[in-house]
Design a protein around this ligand. Sequence first.
Ligand code: MSP
Length: 510
Amino acid sequence: MGFYVTTPIFYVNDVPHIGHAYNIVAADTLARWHRMRGDDTWMLTGTDEHGQKILRTAMANSVSPTEWTDKLVENAWKPNLEVLNVANDDFIRTTEDRHRVGVQKFLQRLYDAGFIYHGEFEAEYCVGCEEYKTPGDLVDGVGEYEGQSVCAIHSRPTETVKEANYFFKLSEFQDRLLELYDTRPDYVQPASVRNELRSFVAQGLNDLSISRSTFDWGIKVPWDDSHVVYVWFEALMNYITAIGYGVDDEQFERRWPGNHIVGKDIARFHAVIWPAMQMAAGIEISERVYGHGWLLVGGEKMSKSKATGIEPKQITEVFGIDAFRYYFMSAIHFGSDGSFSWEDLDSRYHAELANGLGNLASRVIAMVNKYFGGEIPQVPSEDALAELFRSETDRANSSIDEFQIHDAVDAAFSIVDRLNGYITETTPWQLAKDESKRDRLAEVLATNVRGLGTAAILLAPVMPESAQKLWRGIGGADEVTDQRIQNAHEWEVPARVDELSPLFPRIEQN
Ligand code: MSP
C-alpha cells in the first residue's frame, strides 16, 4: 500500500511557532506509523514563498524577497525539522524550478480546457490571509480600527483590489463537490469541518480570481507574463509538483493521491478549491483532507502576529524533543482545539512520562536483572494481559486509520498504566522471596517485558528516540522501527535485557 502525507507549506514571513510544529509532528507521526506498517510512504513538507505578504515583509526588512526567503528557509524552517526530529522525505519551496514548471503545466491545462477566463474584478483582500474576503468574513474593528471592517482572523482592515485578471470557473463545480462530500464521507474530516464546508458549498460558489498584475513576486501566467499566479492557487499545486506532476509520471503515479493534514482555517482551500482544480485538470482527487484544531494560548489561537507565539525550541530545550511530540499528540484530541500551558506540559511530563513510562521501564529491567541475572524468562504472558496487548495494538492501528493520533497514543499508554497496576497487584518482590513462586515471578516479569516492548513499538512513531532507548533496554538488538506495528503484540522477546539509558529525567524548574 502507498501512503502519501503532506503538511501545508508554510509562509516564510516569520519563524515557526508551536502551532506549525503541531501540524508537522502530526504528519510525521502518521508517516512514521505507515512506514512501520511496511507501506510505501512519502512525507512532504515545505515553504510557501510568493505573494504580497512575503514581498512586503522582505521590503520592510530592506532585502529582496529572494534574500529574505532563502534566509528564513535555511536558518529557521529547515532547522525546525531537526528541532522536531521530523523524517520528511522531501521539502519543497515554491520558488524552486520544479514547482514553477509543474504550476505552469497545470495552469495551461486548465486554460486549454476552458476553465479560465479573463474578467474585471473588485473585492476585499486580506494580505495576512492572502485571501479574498466576503462581507461574512469581516467583523467590526476595535481600537485603532474602530469604525472599519477588519479581517476576523488578523483583526486588521482588508484592502480593496480592483483589477482585470484571470478567473477560475469554480462556480461550475458546486454539484460535483457536493457529490464528492456525500459519496466519500471520509474525504474531509473531522465531521465538524466536513459539515461546515458542505454548507458553504451548498450556498453556491463564486469564480475565483487566480492572477495578479500589480506586483511580480510570483509565478508567471504562462500565456500572459504581465500576470503572476495567485499565491494560494499555485501553493496548492505543491502537493503534485513535488512528486513530479507533468514531468515524472512514474513517481507521480506511485505517490498520488495524497493525504493533507491542515489546520481547520485552511480546510476550505484544500477541500473546496483544490478538488475543483483537480477535477478541472483531470487528476485524481486527494485521498483525504484532515482539518485539525488550533493550539490556543491564553484562550486565543496562538500566533506570532498577536505576540502569543512560542517557538518549538523553547519547549524542546527544556523537556526534550520526544516530550514535545508526545505532549501535543496525546494531550489534544486530534481535530479539536487544545490549550497549551507550561503547567499542563510539566505535570504530564512528570506524571505520564517520567513516573508512568520511565519508572516502569527501569523497575522492570532492574527486576529482571536482580531476580534472573538479566535473562528474560522465556514464558508466555499472562492470558488477560496478552489479550490486552493484542486489543490495544488493534485499537492503535485502527485509530491511525481514522487519523485519531491521540487515541493511538492512549492505546499504548493503557498498556503502560495496566502494567504499573499489574506490578502493584502481583508484588514481584514478594514472589521473589518464595522459591515455590519462581514460575509465577517468571510469568509476571515476562508479561511486563512483552508489554513494554509492545508499548515501545506503538510509541516509536510519536517518540522515536525514547522508544528506541526503551527497546534497547529490554534487549532489542535491532531498531524498534524494524518491527511491524500492526503486530506490536507479537515481537520476538530477546534472551537478555540490556542497559537502559535514562528516558525522562526530572526537570528542575527555575
Ligand atoms: N501558506 C499557507 C498554506 C498553504 S498550503 C497549500 C498557510 N501557511 S501558514 O504558515 O500561515 O499556516 C500553516 C498552517 O499552520 C495552517 O494549517 C494553520 O492552520 C497552522 N497553524 C497556524 N497557527 C496555528 C495554531 N495556533 N494552531 C494550530 N495550527 C496553526 O496557511
